[in-house]
Design a protein around this ligand. Sequence first.
Ligand code: ZN
Length: 210
Amino acid sequence: MTAAPPDIIGRDEARALGLKRFFTGKPCRRGHVAERGVSNLECMECSRGRSREWRAANLKKARERARERARKYRAANPKKARERARERARKYRAANLEKVREREREYGRKRRTTNPGRVKEVRRAWHAANLEKVREGARERARKYRAADPERARENRRRWRAANLELAREGERERILRYNKRQAAQRRAGRAGSELKRSRTGRLVIEGNH
Ligand SMILES: [Zn+2]
């Protein structure tokens, strides 16, 4: 990336304007044509080079300082820091999707062997808190399965029914009961509506056998 060179501005003029840097256009003794510090006359390119060298020679300390700076930033700007972290994670995930997924799968495998109880517990808690989602997911999978292979789905149902006859009959009875209840509720609602209409017109008629 090439940037336009800064405007020529002498040290005194820069100081008078309250600037921290000035620029003469003349090379430093190492040949950099760069801005210099108003307070210490140091060439910025030399300064960056010294920082890099120091960092390379003091990697551990440099990392500690960076961590400390980041910690202070997070403490002073918690919301912004969280947003930035999320954004970084999102970008990293998008750029390394396969790697991230493989790592997540690997993590899941490890957790299931090292702490199967905890994994099951978390899954149960999630299911309990998202029952509707879980049921909808199961319904959706079943729908897809039936659509993809209706003959096999029917055959599966037949086989399951034959192996679980009592349970299947119980389920059917329950469905019929639920159906009858719904029908009865609808009839009651219909009657209540017509009773209300009649009582509004002044004729109070109570229907039904109660
Ligand atoms: Zn320099």
